[in-house]
Design a protein around this ligand. Structure first.
Ligand SMILES: [Ca+2]
Length: 230
């Protein structure tokens, strides 16, 4: 049976709402890391470009007083995780569904390469179940199956530089050969893929920030009101 994508997404969203357990929320009003006092929600921070600014900032607030900002000004020849926050998920046994959302705003792009801004990562494969890249005024959805085959089912062009957009990722069927990935922007379903083979895989982590890209990439990336549930 082929469900209409909107119906499938609605079913997915309702299923998540019905049994939803909040994995994490962060409005970036306080500490970031779980090792800090009082504790934040993130397991660790990756900073391969430590000269960049990466932290909470009033200038990055969508709501409340602060948001998360990455000002990437450094350049170099390598592909790196410039500045990222990672939330490991240790208890996922597979056969499961996950939801991740964040308000995002990108500006001051130097038109060189792109940066992964949000991801849901698989184990043991180590590649993302779903990820979104920011490149100037475009957002690109990608995913990988258990055979490391990459798909790019959707590219969105934003109306303007520096525009806030609500990014929502829905993933179901982890651990099965009937996985689905859905992307919603500003509450509108924009992409739905099904029949993804994730046999033997489970969710290992949520990621946010400037997670992977060519280090010649520079831009200002703002995030607020992160949430994840299962
Ligand atoms: Ca905030």
């Amino acid at each position: 049976m082929n469900l209409h994508p909107r119906i499938a997404l609605l079913a997915c969203a309702l299923a998540m709402t019905a049994g939803a357990q909040t994995t994490a929320q962060d409005g970036f009003e306080g500490n970031l890391l779980s090792s800090e006092a009082p504790p934040g929600v993130w397991g660790y921070k990756v900073e391969q470009e430590p000269l960049n600014f990466f932290g909470t900032s009033a200038a990055a607030a969508k709501s409340g007083s602060f948001g998360l900002r990455n000002v990437d000004t450094t350049t170099g020849p390598k592909f790196v995780t410039a500045n990222g926050l990672v939330l490991p998920v240790a208890s996922d046994a597979g056969g499961s569904q996950h939801y991740e959302r964040v308000w995002f705003r990108g500006s001051n792009h130097n038109l060189v390469s792109a940066a992964k801004v949000i991801s849901m990562d698989l184990a043991p494969l180590g590649l993302p179940a779903a990820e979104v890249y920011f490149e100037a005024r475009t957002l690109r959805l990608k995913y990988f199956n258990r055979f490391m085959a990459e798909s790019t089912p959707f590219i969105a062009t934003l109306d303007a530089d520096g525009q806030w957009v609500l990014i929502e990722l829905f993933v179901t069927g982890l651990g099965t050969d009937a996985g689905t990935v859905a992307l919603s922007l500003d509450g509108q379903l924009r992409s739905f893929s099904q029949g993804i083979n994730w046999g033997g895989e489970r969710l290992s982590a949520f990621g946010l920030g400037n997670l992977f890209g060519q280090s010649n990439f520079t831009a200002t990336l703002d995030f607020d009101d992160f949430g994840a549930s299962r």
